[in-house]
Design a protein around this ligand. Structure first.
Ligand SMILES: Cc1ncc(COP(=O)(O)O)c(C=O)c1O
Length: 377
């Protein structure tokens, strides 16, 4: 027998196998239910197995599972029209993941400006392809690829003085997460993002919002760009975009789209009919079920109940719980069958449940946290 597992280990999984999911819960292979405040890496925006999404995927699968961009498809045109309108952008390139969307965004910026360098922030996570990894602030992941990664000017996040002092004149683009999720749900100030926008404009440098986590209604607005009132040149999206069917998107302004030629970007699977059908259904569910309002309502409920107990960071349903007992709290929640995320900040746990999260699930989470606090006190 081979000494290595058939499936290459990449991530420390839960100590149980998943069998199915429904709404804001997943079920293990013994039938045990778990409240999913993790969402499979922040993907399950409309919840697990939303009936409207399942129906759309099933109907599309029966009609045509896949055809590349070599064939025009009504569902792809509808997905593009609906997503650009939702995001307040003009055009979209569909790909398959967050890293791929960021790779395309950075590539477009380098190509259109003719500059050779990009700007990114301390604590950033943008993915694992070469340009996206270059922009990511993860020395351990980058060390094996030393010499192959693109030159990046690393800037302090949400630091007005550092922004003012920085020189953007040689930067093709600056890429920023309006809320840095992996870093521990670190939120940018609207004024700082506006100053970043102005500095990019003054320097001929493009502004990219990585909205792989912050988009698709999670913060209570379609994208953080609307939430923070700052319009970037490019927005990247993935994760919750198609309710779990792999999909990435690079949204752009008219100025960028009109500067690109056919074949500058391309992808075999990007914009496949199954993903597009899932995206259209996801957008209909988000608006039809007023899930953005639900995200804000759930945030308000959590904040009110946790006031004085923990520091709550973030917006909508991308929240960080800050406590010096984060590891113990995570274990306590797990014992109560509640899944939450960790982060690169050892004192911050992340909540990124489906936007369909029920009051019963919020109450169960709150009860568990209060019980923990009573014991820890
Ligand atoms: C903000 C952000 N950008 C990009 C990515 C990369 O996305 P993907 O894993 O789909 O390549 C992630 C993944 O966690 C992310 O959180």
């Amino acid at each position: 027998m081979s000494p290595v597992p058939a499936l290459l280990p990449t991530y420390a999984p839960f100590p149980f196998a998943l069998a199915r999911g429904q709404g804001d819960r997943v079920f293990d292979d013994r039938g045990g239910a778990w409240l999913d405040f993790y969402g499979g890496h922040c993907v399950a925006g409309t919840g697990h197995g939303h009936p409207a999404v399942l129906e759309a995927i099933t109907a599309q699968a029966k009609a045509l599972v896949f055809y590349s961009a070599a064939g025009d498809l009504a569902i792809r045109l509808e997905a593009a029209a609906r997503l650009t309108a939702f995001a307040g952008m003009d055009s979209v390139f569909f790909c398959n993941s967050g890293a791929e969307a960021n790779e395309a965004a950075l590539k477009v910026a380098l190509q259109l400006t003719g500059r050779k360098k990009v700007g990114a922030f301390e604590g950033a996570f943008h993915g694992r392809t070469l340009l996206a990894l270059s922009a990511t602030d993860a020395p351990a992941l980058k060390a094996p690829l030393k010499g192959l990664l693109a030159p990046v000017t690393r800037l302090p996040f949400n630091d007005a003085a550092a922004l003012e002092a920085a020189d953007f004149s040689e930067l093709a683009a600056v890429i920023v997460e309006p809320i840095q999720s992996m870093a521990g749900v670190r939120e940018a100030d609207s004024a700082w993002l506006a100053a970043l926008r102005a500095k990019c404009d003054d320097s001929g440098c493009l502004l990219i919002f990585d909205e792989v986590q912050t988009g698709m209604g999670r913060l209570g607005a379609p994208f953080a760009a609307q939430n923070f009132g700052v319009k970037p040149d490019l927005i990247t999206s993935a994760k919750a975009l198609a309710s779990g069917v792999p999909m990435g998107a690079l949204l752009m302004t008219e100025a960028i789209a009109s500067s690109l030629k056919p074949r500058d970007l391309g992808s075999t699977f990007g914009g496949g009919p199954l993903a597009c059908a899932a995206l259209v259904a996801t957008l209909k569910v988000l608006t039809g079920e007023t899930l953005m309002a639900r995200a804000l309502e759930a945030e308000a409920k959590l904040r009110a109940a946790l006031d004085g107990l923990l520091t709550v960071r973030g917006r909508g349903l991308l929240l960080g719980l800050e406590t010096s007992h984060a590891a113990e709290l995570k274990a306590h929640l797990f014992a109560d069958r509640i899944l939450v995320g960790g982060s690169n900040d050892p004192s911050v746990l992340r909540l990124m449940p489906p936007l369909t999260v029920t009051d019963a699930s919020l109450n169960a989470l709150l009860e568990s946290i209060h019980a923990f606090a009573r014991v820890a006190a």
